[in-house]
Write a protein that binds this ligand. Structure first.
Ligand code: NAD
Length: 488
């Protein structure tokens, strides 16, 4: 299979170099190889992409199509991803380091499913008529916003893009997508596949580049009506400021997490709880916003739990992600690997006990790999407990009191996800209600479906991706009053 990739931007239906002719290196974290040169878009490119998106919206080449016709094109778009699954999966793995096993089974499939689901939904949603007096008719209709800017991170490049572009496009908007500079390749390919599926030129544009050079001009743009952002809380806050500084575009943010996972001694299946705790923090090299990175284990089972967790950890030893058996691949780049290793050092120096891992691995490959890492004896004030590491590092704490563990679980600026393991149904419901998180898992951590909202409380963001609720982010609500002078 060809590994020569086209890194040019995609504007108005065609590949195009950055107007300033600048590029940046796209390096694979698998082995340090140069994959391609990628267009380094700046304000002029963003202006061109937004102008193309605006023209497409104004002449109604997409939003004017009947919903059933848009549906058919969206479904074809989803099919295109599946037809090109091998190619997209390889590209994703080479670009960001995740195991090929998951690039295809998880990333390509989820992105395709998401695009299909929103396509299928769009001709099944009705508008409303308000229950007003009979002298008038009040229609409540949903209309596309216009031009939607989308900025996404590198951890699930295709899925994060799909969660936003699918509802935005299905609702009739035009989109300008800025992928992460660390993983831009699949987004660019998606734009080509969209055109092949019948999405008209100008409706879906992709502008790779660095955050301050390409992301900021998009967030500040006066002709962008809405910005959908997934990334860090630090940048997410800037996105809301930029929206306010410019045209008060609608701003929706899916941000960081430091999710607590609480295991009581009466959990229904200790082995399953251990597998979920370990498997979920090490999945995707720990580069998941919802990874359960703070683990609270009831003191009476802590020793047994940790023994089992440490015994499982070697299964996640990092290996070449192109090997179909690999379940832990490479960290996205050297900068992120160094960040993870710095957190490991801080855990050690602040007095946590390192039970497993903590070292860089496979350095001879030229790639970026970190061992799965488990710390016990973690204290709430330690950096590895408070800050999002975004790497394969599990911080374990013991507890004896239910009220106190809930207080500690909630003592975080984040509120993305949480979990509780117990056989006691009252305790499960009570704690699920008390946890301040957008999603709470009970006796499992891996359920996920496009039908349910995904997003955070507190500084984990504003708004929800996935489910029909996502349409709220990319549509305006219009009220139309019609006077009725009844002749009878
Ligand atoms: P990041 O915030 O550094 O970057 C995200 C995107 O924003 C990138 O495309 C980047 O180029 C762009 N960006 C950076 N600076 C910008 C600026 N000044 N103006 C405009 N755009 C800018 O995040 P990351 O390192 O790519 O991703 C990791 C973060 O994403 C983690 O915090 C993780 O929790 C979060 N995340 C959240 C979710 C969720 O659904 N809540 C999902 C995945 C990842």
């Amino acid at each position: 299979m060809s590994e020569t990739y086209d890194g040019r931007a995609f504007i108005n239906g065609a590949r195009t170099p950055a107007i300033g002719q600048l590029t940046f290196d796209c390096i694979s974290p698998v082995d340090g190889r140069l994959l391609t040169q990628v267009a380094r878009c700046t304000e002029a490119d963003i202006d061109a992409a937004v102008a193309a998106a605006r023209a497409a919206f104004e002449d109604k080449r997409w939003c004017g199509m009947p919903p059933a016709a848009r549906k058919r094109v969206m479904i074809k778009f989803a099919d295109q991803l599946l037809i090109h699954a091998e190619e997209l999966a390889l590209m994703e793995t080479l670009d960001m380091g995740k195991p090929i096993k998951y690039s295809k089974a998880v990333d390509v499939n989820s992105a395709a499913n998401c695009i299909r689901w929103y396509g299928e939904a769009v001709d099944k949603i009705y508008d409303e008529i308000a229950p007003t007096a009979s002298t008038a008719l009040a229609l409540i209709t949903r209309e596309p916003m216009g031009v939607v800017g989308v900025i996404v991170p590198w951890n699930y490049p295709m899925i994060m893009a799909a969660w936003k572009i699918a509802p935005a496009l299905a609702a009739g908007n035009s989109v300008v997508l800025k992928p992460s500079e660390k993983s831009p390749l699949t987004a660019l390919r998606l734009a080509e596949l969209a055109i092949e599926a019948g999405i008209p030129p100008g409706v879906f544009n992709v502008v790779p580049g660095y955050g301050p050079e390409a992301g900021s001009p998009l967030a500040l743009h006066m002709d962008v009506d809405c910005i959908g952002f997934t990334g860090s809380t630090r940048v997410g806050k800037q996105i809301h400021v930029m929206a306010g500084q410019s045209n008060l575009k609608r701003a929706w943010t899916e941000l960081g997490g430091k999710s607590p996972n609480i295991v009581f001694a009466d959990c229904p299946d200790l082995d399953k709880a251990v597998e979920a705790a370990v498997g979920s923090i090490f999945f995707n090299q720990g580069e998941s916003c919802n990874a359960p990175s703070r683990l609270f284990v009831e003191a009476s089972i802590q020793e047994q739990f940790l023994e089992k967790a440490v015994a499982l950890a070697p299964k996640f030893a990092p290996a070449n992600p192109l090997n179909p058996d690999t379940i832990m691949g490479a960290i996205v780049d050297k900068t992120q690997m160094d960040t993870v290793l710095r957190y490991v050092e801080s855990g050690k120096s602040q007095g946590a006990s390192l039970l497993y891992g903590g070292e860089q691995a496979l350095s001879e490959t030229g790639g970026c790999y970190v061992q799965p890492t488990i710390f016990a004896g973690v204290k709430p004030e330690m950096k590895i407990c408070c800050e999002e590491i975004f790497g394969p590092v599990l911080s374990v704490m013991g507890f004896t009191d239910a009220a106190e563990v809930v207080r500690q679980a909630n003592a975080s600026m984040y509120g993305l996800q949480a979990a509780v393991w117990t056989r006691d149904i009252n305790r499960a419901h009570g704690i699920a209600r008390a946890l301040r998180a957008g999603t709470v898992h009970v006796n499992q951590y891996d359920e996920d479906d496009i039908t349910v909202p995904f997003g955070g409380y507190k500084q984990s963001g504003v708004g929800r991706d996935k489910s029909l609720h996502a349409f709220d982010k990319y549509t305006e609500t219009k009220t139309t009053w019609i006077r009725i002078d009844s002749p009878v």
